[in-house]
Design a protein around this ligand. Structure first.
Ligand code: UDX
Ligand code: UDX
Length: 475
């Protein structure tokens, strides 16, 4: 590996990012916007995704993103499938490919699948010459950089490399805001010069006191830790929601009461049907796996409980629906409002809605699903995947269930017509402004609403005749 004394690193002029996903796309668009002198190329093995980034309909929905992309696209921001060329000419290469939980072999269900990261490192080693800085953007288990370095250092081309860890803390739905004004940017590395090269890029718009530099391993571990802490807060408040329902306390009032203690703070205390998204579960499971690997079973168990509590919260919601609907939902139409893992994104990865829908389907309910941004094909794909339950093929019974009991529609009214109940699974703003009087008229009676996000809590739904159930309180 290169050290400072061997090489002088020139300012970065060309960047390549491998992976045009929820992280790579918005992050590179922001760098291109803020650094007009730097040429940024985003590459992906998925050519259809690249074509979408070059079209008017971007592959991901994110408020404000379209304008940021259009501002630089064709100027110093390019989306291309010419992977080798883009890597070869770059001074700095970001790796922003996905690292899903392994679903096979050693560590299945917990460890991160690093296959794509390794492939990227091998590709970089193969096509590079001169000196390059490789930046891990993907969330990775601590010590992954060691493997990346080992592969790079054997590049037959004689190229030399520095490896940095620069985890992304943006949240989906607020990606543009988060990138524009991050709480902090974390850069971990071994070579001071390489760290400074990346610091100079961010310093174009982020105040220097927010640019934190650490060693490589601290940076890798901090990302997993941040997500584990955030998810833990949601699971903690969700565990209390169950107790609130049993005691006539109200979870939102409890959250407010503890959130005003400045040592605790108000954020991430919104009780819900369960957290979702591409990161929380994957990263906690990965942390659990790492703890086991390093011989720390008590620590592993401690963190695993955060995920178990989240599963419990989803199950509890389904049980409540079934119990309230007179112990059967078989053949009853249930309107599903929202499928994304939270509002303002079209992302459905690990969305609580997937598991709620699966369990309702197993109870033979008829689902009519509406989400303002999620593509219907994606919903069917997610449900098929979860109904496979680890098998390679969908069983005939599950395929039949999917075909007969799942309908996907393009508005709330159609979803709710003739339904026995509405289940609110994503907190989309438009849900609170629906015409509930006419929705009530069109539903079967008694008309139930199960609000998995407490977004309709303040509306006079009982006056309209609804029987309303939220999370963490009883009326
Ligand atoms: C990111 C991070 O990379 C992940 O580690 C983090 O924990 C969550 O966020 P994200 O951008 O959300 O992932 O993933 P995704 O939208 O799936 O994008 C990854 C892209 O990489 C895909 O478009 C995929 O086609 C591409 N890819 C994957 C490659 O170009 N090459 C590969 O070898 C593998
Ligand atoms: C998260 C982290 O916030 C981000 O820093 C990291 O880089 C990636 O993972 P994201 O997955 O986009 O971001 O969403 P986030 O806003 O954190 O929400 C995760 C899940 O928790 C969502 O399903 C959300 O609805 C749920 N949540 C969040 C709650 O149920 N209650 C809360 O109070 C907050």
């Amino acid at each position: 590996m290169t050290t400072d004394s061997q090489i002088t690193i020139a300012p970065v002029r060309k960047i390549c990012c491998i992976g045009a996903g929820y992280v790579g796309g918005p992050t590179m668009a922001m760098i291109a916007k803020q650094c007009p002198d730097i040429q940024v190329k985003v590459v992906d093995i998925n050519e259809a995704r690249i074509a979408q980034w070059n079209s008017d309909t971007l592959p991901i929905y994110e408020p404000g993103l379209h304008d940021v992309v259009v501002e630089s696209r064709g100027r110093n921001l390019h989306f291309t499938a010419e992977v080798d060329e883009a890597i070869a000419e770059a001074d700095m290469i970001f790796i922003s490919v996905n690292t899903p939980t392994k679903d096979f072999g050693v560590g299945a269900g917990r460890a991160a699948n690093l296959e794509f990261i390794e492939k990227c490192a091998r590709k970089i080693a193969e096509v590079s010459s001169g000196h390059k800085i490789v930046v891990e953007k993907s969330t990775l288990p601590v010590r992954t950089a060691e493997a990346v370095k080992a592969i790079l250092s054997r590049a037959s081309s004689g190229a030399t490399f520095d490896v940095l860890s620069n985890p992304e803390f943006l949240a989906e739905g607020t990606a543009v805001e988060d990138l524009l004004a991050p709480d902090r940017v974390l850069i971990g590395g071994e070579s001071e010069q390489a760290i400074q090269a990346l610091v100079e890029i961010y310093a174009n718009w982020v105040p220097r006191e927010r640019l934190l530099t650490t060693n490589l391993w601290s940076s890798e571990l901090s990302k997993l830790t941040a997500n584990a802490f955030l998810a833990q807060r949601v699971s903690s408040i969700n565990s209390i929601s169950a107790l609130c329902e049993a005691t006539e306390a109200d979870v939102d009032e409890v959250a407010m009461a503890i959130g005003t203690d400045s040592r605790i703070g108000p954020k991430f205390l919104k009780s819900s049907v369960g957290f979702g998204g591409s990161c929380f579960q994957k990263d906690i499971l990965n942390l659990v796996y790492l703890c086991e690997f390093f011989g720390l079973p008590e620590v592993a168990e401690y963190w695993e409980q955060v995920v178990k509590m989240n599963d419990y919260q989803k199950q509890r919601f389904v049980h409540r629906i079934v119990r309230t609907l007179f112990n059967t939902v078989s053949d009853k139409k249930i309107a599903i409002w929202g499928f994304a893992f939270k509002k303002d994104t079209n992302d459905t990865r690990e969305s609580a809605a997937i598991y709620i829908c699966r369990d309702l389907l197993r109870e033979k309910a008829k689902l009519c699903i509406y989400d303002p941004q999620v593509n219907p094909e994606q919903i069917r794909k997610d449900l098929a995947a979860v109904l496979k339950n680890g098998d390679s093929e969908l069983s005939q019974a599950s395929a039949q269930l999917l075909a007969d009991n799942v309908e996907i529609v393009s508005d709330l009214e159609t979803a709710s017509k003739d339904a026995h109940a509405i289940a609110v699974l994503t907190e989309w703003d438009e849900f609170a402004t629906a015409d509930f009087a006419s929705i009530h008229d069109s539903m079967k009676k008694p008309a139930f609403i199960f609000d998995g996000r407490n977004v309709l809590k303040e509306l006079p739904l009982a006056e309209l005749g609804f029987e309303y159930h939220g999370i963490g309180f009883r009326r």
